[in-house]
Design a protein around this ligand. Sequence first.
Ligand SMILES: NC(=O)c1ccc[n+]([C@@H]2O[C@H](COP(=O)([O-])OP(=O)(O)OC[C@H]3O[C@@H](n4cnc5c(N)ncnc54)[C@H](O)[C@@H]3O)[C@@H](O)[C@H]2O)c1
Length: 325
Amino acid sequence: MIKVAIIGAGGIAVGHLEAFKLVQGMQAVAIADINEERAAQMANEYGLTAYTDYRKMVVEQKPDAVIITLPHFLHKPAAIECAELGCHIYLEKPMAMDEAECDEIIAAAERHGVKLMVGHTQHYLPANRCAKEIIREGSLGKLVMINDERHSFYFTDARPQWFLEKDKSGGGIMMNLGSHSLDRIQWLTDCRFTRIKGSISFHGNRGDVEGSGIVYGETSIGVPVTLCLSGYKGSTKNELELMFTEGMLRVDVGGKVEISRGGAFEEVPIEDQTEPFLLQLNDFRKLIETGAEPYCNGEYAKSVIAAVQAIYRSHELGVEVDVKA
Ligand SMILES: NC(=O)c1ccc[n+]([C@@H]2O[C@H](COP(=O)([O-])OP(=O)(O)OC[C@H]3O[C@@H](n4cnc5c(N)ncnc54)[C@H](O)[C@@H]3O)[C@@H](O)[C@H]2O)c1
């Protein structure tokens, strides 16, 4: 049985803990959060030991692995400490604040012989998995361009404050939600962003992070991409359109996949609705047990951070920039 400790008892930790009810061969044993009440409440609900100090938890519980669900600025220090203490690491997305931090995490994992996986959930969502299979099967012809749009009010009162402070989050909607969009495009089409022209805006009602971003990206497969994210008020949307020579594929990332081969869009039934957090946890288990690397290893997750940073650099410089691999 692989013993796992959870670091951070916030919103996303619940998804991981629910998956432990379904997974075989893994057990969550403890949870740490500086918010004592939150740690105690989650520990009580899921039958875990609660801590306020994650280092003390790892030293005392000696878990085989940790799931790190901390604010972004703490990903690097926590991951490195856990690597030093000999724990395999599942680290939430986005991997770290910048590419240099990603390199430090990757080096620490290698140095201490522990496995590292980053939580790029998009790879496990039923609609995205269905879309990837359609792309792989190839009947829509040659892929020529991609458009990704996400609208979601970013400055809601429910959002923890650290997300809105750049020194803790590394950025706003592009860092947090844009990393999902950049990731899903790279993963779905097996490409990497190579050049980016980006423009962001800062009109949030609190914090100092960007609330929108528009991006033109070039990719390693020669397919151009547009990306449009708005965190201001408006109707919610989370949609990806891929244009091929023989048709179009539309993915409503929340659920629906549709194809047009010339006429109106027709919905494609999604057969496999397996719980994404379970699939993710199973990939982490396989990585620990067999060394089978998931797509979202450290180097891959770094490529997503490199694309986010290229958007910020392009905005600052006002020119198109190379994505530093
Ligand atoms: N994969 C996804 O779809 C997805 C969705 C949501 C969040 N996330 C990611 O998960 C991570 C956490 O996000 P969240 O929404 O759960 O945030 P959150 O603010 O709800 O949770 C973070 C928790 O960390 C705790 N914390 C802060 N400093 C700590 C410390 N030093 N030691 C222990 N605990 C500490 C906070 O008290 C809080 O409870 C982020 O990287 C975020 O981007 C991923």
